[in-house]
Design a protein around this ligand. Structure first.
Ligand SMILES: Cc1cc2nc3c(=O)[nH]c(=O)nc-3n(C[C@H](O)[C@H](O)[C@H](O)COP(=O)(O)OP(=O)(O)OC[C@H]3O[C@@H](n4cnc5c(N)ncnc54)[C@H](O)[C@@H]3O)c2cc1C
Length: 361
């Protein structure tokens, strides 16, 4: 069977790789576009990984992904994985931490501990946290390079006879016709998966992105030359601050943006958000940063009203699917999400795309 995957970010590359592993006989084409010259999410990603997530489905996917990563010397090398530990801080009572922690414990035994911040066995490097805030600490959390992982996977795809094409797909119709590619390919695929991140809504012709649940959003961070001592990867939901060490001794720091609906080809950096970031960094890390020493990065990701990287049907009986919607966090779930998506896609192709409109992670 012939399958087209559109998008050479980590989502598309991982999906094509899983398809090839599951069905060595299938004919797969990965359309990669021009990610080397566009600042895609995979190239900009902080790559922070942990098992803990605040909804059970994402927690399962993140835990399975991290368990696969830490257990595989090949993937650790492909992804340049750094096990620097992870702190995740949240308001008390927001979620059932015990239930979510048990998901992580099942997949990564002994990695996670959690408690009120004031009861941690080692002092939390973050300051000024609200009374009763809960810290989830993961020994096996850290970060990897999504860009290096997609590059490694793409090289592996070429070795395993997947066609990696730079033909510019300009649109996909619900009947599976591709616009912008040669006539042989245009209507010749049994299934088409649009995995083009923030470009996905634009590529789906004759569709209303809002009705499909997709929106783009900017994500930005700064690289600063100093690293706060004792801190690995961290996310502080009580202030929005997140960050992780950089291999060169510096630190990546960010706070969430509210820039929705951005054009992924022109995201840029919002300077006003850097002011907010400096205030939060002073409060939570006790650091006074000089803005002139900071380097800002911005990119966009594709968000979905039901967040999570998942294979989604476009419409009943259509051969077109999407594999996006990671909503700012797909690096940590991509290994599990791509395995689930590939199995489901092969099943759907085998049954003639029977089934309703739904997502499955
Ligand atoms: C700044 C930033 C920091 C992040 N940090 C983290 C983090 O710390 N941890 C975490 O878990 N997640 C993080 N994320 C989220 C995660 O990185 C993304 O969810 C993930 O990389 C999305 O991958 P993707 O393949 O779906 O999209 P992308 O990486 O954007 O890839 C889409 C690809 O499609 C290609 N494309 C577009 N149009 C076409 C076309 N017509 N034909 C062919 N190809 C096309 C693009 O060129 C691009 O290469 C971050 C995201 C951003 C933006």
């Amino acid at each position: 069977m012939s399958i087209a995957v559109i998008g050479g970010g980590i989502a598309g590359a991982a999906l094509a790789w899983r398809l090839r592993l599951l069905d060595p006989a299938s004919d797969i084409t990965l359309f990669v576009g021009h990610h080397s010259v566009r600042g895609d999410a995979t190239g900009a990603s902080g790559g922070m990984v942990r098992g803990f997530e605040t909804d059970a489905e994402s927690c399962v996917a993140a835990t399975e992904s991290l368990a696969e990563l830490v257990a595989s010397p090949v993937l650790r090398d492909w992804a340049d994985y750094r096990e620097v530990g992870s702190h995740y801080v949240l308001e008390p009572g927001d979620v059932d931490v015990a239930a979510l922690a048990s998901i992580v414990e099942a997949g990564l035994p002994g990695s996670l501990t959690w408690s009120a911040v004031e009861d941690l066995s080692e002092p939390c490097p973050l300051r000024g946290l609200p009374q009763g805030a809960v810290a989830v600490v993961e020994r096996q959390g850290g970060y990897f390079s999504p860009h290096r992982l997609r590059t490694s996977i793409t090289s592996e795809l070429l070795r395993s006879r997947v066609v990696v094409s730079q033909e510019p797909v300009t649109g996909v119709r619900p009947d599976g016709t591709l616009q912008g590619v040669d006539r042989v390919h245009a209507g010749g695929f049994r299934a088409v998966v649009v995995a083009a991140g923030a470009w996905t809504p634009h590529l789906l012709l004759d569709r209303d992105p809002a009705a499909d649940g997709f929106r783009t959003k900017a994500i930005q961070y700064v690289r600063c030359p100093v690293a706060p001592p004792g801190l690995g990867a961290f996310t502080d939901e009580t202030s929005g601050l997140y960050g992780r060490p950089l291999a060169d001794g510096g630190f990546l720091l960010g706070v969430p943006t509210q820039r929705w609906g951005v054009d992924p080809d022109g995201v840029g950096v919002d300077p006003s958000l850097i002011g907010t970031l400096l205030d939060v960094v002073a409060e939570r890390l006790g650091l006074t940063l000089n803005p002139s020493g900071l380097e800002g990065f911005g990119s966009a990701d594709c968000y979905h009203r039901e967040p999570g990287l998942a294979l989604r049907d476009l419409e009943r009986a259509s051969p077109v699917y999407t594999f996006t919607g990671g909503s700012g966090g797909a690096a940590k779930t991509v290994l599990a999400a791509s395995r689930t998506a590939a199995a489901r896609l092969l099943d759907r192709v085998a049954t003639g795309h029977a089934g309703g409109s739904q997502a499955q992670r």
